[in-house]
Ligand binder design. Sequence first.
Ligand code: NAD
Ligand code: DAU
Length: 349
Amino acid sequence: MKNILITGGAGFIGSHVVRLFVNQYPPYNIINLDSLTYAGNLENLKDIENSPNYIFIKGDICNEQLIDTVFKEQQVTDVIHLAAESHVDRSIKDPLSFVQTNVFGTVNLLNAAMNAWKENVTEHIFFHVSTDEVYGSLDEDGYFLETTPYDPQSPYSASKAGSDHFVRAWANTYKLPIKITNCSNNYGPNQFPEKLIPLMINNIKNNKPLPVYGKGENVRDWLYVIDHARAIDEVFHRGKPGETYNVGGFNEWKNIDIVRLLCGVMDRKLGRPEGESAKLITFVTDRAGHDLRYAIDASKIMNDLGWKPSLQFEEGLEKTVDWYLRNGEWLEHVTSGAYQQYYQQHYGG
Ligand code: NAD
Ligand code: DAU
């Protein structure tokens, strides 16, 4: 019997993880704890909200009393921790909220887990979902391995690196059984349209300029979100306690190439003349301290656990575009109000 606390389950990746665990493991109770920031949205989980093995609790991971109570009342046996401030551009404008949620919130969860599990700590798992950005930025060659030294470059990645160090410190000092994954860029349904792919889809749809930072030469390594959720499932069930697993699809793209590819897909789907959407591409001021390249070596999770991505990128991108075009109402809900203000402040115009 497992009562798994999933934090950040109303967000992009969290909602796919919650859905996978609720549907795939009926004997588990899944407790989704999320404070519903701008990035959290219960519409992401409409299809499973009435499942008998699922409950939602609205709450902040930084609230010490609440988290202790949740551990006690729900008899939490394991944690999969995804709640975080996740957008690099926002971390440049407001670093403190990243320190608060990503560092303090993680430590608060670690403390609560130890308080609740101290009698039989080895029977539990604290799974921390992290990012490849903790390793820093690569030049044209090489990959991030699990052994690559940490070298975070943005307030976001520094806060995630900090949280990873605290998780490992709890394993070393208090013998908390932990697992950590460091994943590359995710894309797919339900991603908030402040991130590259959904922002471009939304702007192409609305004939708005497509803001490419710098020359668009930066490289990211893209993975379909459901493949990330499958990797978390594998590591949770079969990964070794104390270990770190890098997750990625060996799928590197320059930003400008992705934007051009998306323009072509959207022209076809919207019945526009070929080349029409690409006219919207606009090169804008670069992100401060913009990491040049991320590339994950995912050999360990592939060899040790047999995980591999299920989709080619072009196929995943088609599915993603189809989802956004079918879910115009979702997109309208999340881009009303506060999003307009954010967009205005960040991109102007
Ligand atoms: P997201 O921004 O879409 O969702 C974050 C969720 O956390 C939201 O539902 C939000 O309401 C919730 N949250 C934020 N602060 C909270 C708090 N104080 N208490 C409780 N809930 C809070 O993020 P995402 O892209 O789904 O990322 C999820 C996790 O995966 C993060 O830890 C992120 O660092 C990591 N990650 C993301 C990517 C990616 O490409 N998006 C890649 C690798 C790792
Ligand atoms: O690598 C994993 C990380 O990927 C996660 O840990 C983060 O939570 C997630 O946000 C993502 O970070 P990035 O900064 O790589 O993602 P983003 O979608 O913001 O940007 C992708 C690339 O596109 C990056 O090089 C910046 C560029 N970009 C982004 C936006 C929003 C643009 O050129 N224009 C834009 O408007």
